[in-house]
Design a protein around this ligand. Sequence first.
Ligand code: HEM
Ligand SMILES: *[C@@H]1O[C@H](CO)[C@@H](O)[C@H](O)[C@H]1NC(C)=O
Ligand SMILES: *[C@@H]1O[C@H](CO)[C@@H](O)[C@H](O)[C@H]1NC(C)=O
Length: 202
Amino acid sequence: MARPAPSPLLLLVVLAGALAGGGEAALLKAHFYRPSCPAAEAVVRDIVVARVAADPAALPARLLRLFFHDCFVRGCDASVLIDSMAGNTAEKDAGPNGSLGGLDVIDTAKAVLEAVCPGVVSCADIVALAARDAMHTQFGRDLWDVQLGRRDGVVSSASEALSNIPSPSDNFTTLEAKFASKGLDVKDLVILSGTYISSQHR
Ligand code: HEM
Ligand SMILES: *[C@@H]1O[C@H](CO)[C@@H](O)[C@H](O)[C@H]1NC(C)=O
Ligand SMILES: *[C@@H]1O[C@H](CO)[C@@H](O)[C@H](O)[C@H]1NC(C)=O
């Protein structure tokens, strides 16, 4: 797949920034792990930089999209990473997961951080950091501040992914409602949709 031109990606970033600053932000803080796991942010950044170097065309956008798909279902709680089990089909096995990627990058960062500071850094924060760091590889700077301190969810439901994640067949009323339910307005939706369509027609 062609690498998105900087401008569409930047517009997606505007939306990701809106997600990153969502309603939970009041409970979160910048550099939350400085006392408990000072290496946390550097570990995630180093892994993202190395993995993007090996897959520069697709991985940055995939890590950004992973954050979007995580946040649209039960908030930004890493529920997108949970595997299906007997009796439960998880988000990642729902229809809207089409071509979801970058999950292995999160898994790698989590494994390294578990060795460095066991049980401290949440997968949800790694997903949030990885999206920011992926965009850093494209723009050469941080485009938004990441607030940290998210807790990982334990519930992951394919049917919730299906009902919350916007579908390409949703009409405007439905898209507006889905975005509004995540604190995003029509401007976010219009910018994103124009960007999405233009990137599909390159
Ligand atoms: C109106 C909301 C949106 C709709 C309806 C939508 C729909 C889709 C669909 C149908 C695909 C193709 C999936 C497949 O390959 O089977 C896709 C891919 C993608 N979407 Fe979205 N999307 C939306 C919002 C977003 C947002 C907010 C982001 C990022 C912040 C995003 C990032 C991406 C990326 C990067 C891909 C390509 C993934 C890849 O091929 O690696 N999308 N989207
Ligand atoms: C998406 O769901 C399909 C169908 O359940 C599954 O085969 C595929 O592995 C899932 N993709 C990811 C990234 O988990
Ligand atoms: C939009 O889609 C919803 C859900 O399918 C439907 O209930 C509603 O009538 C549609 N609205 C318009 C304006 O088409």
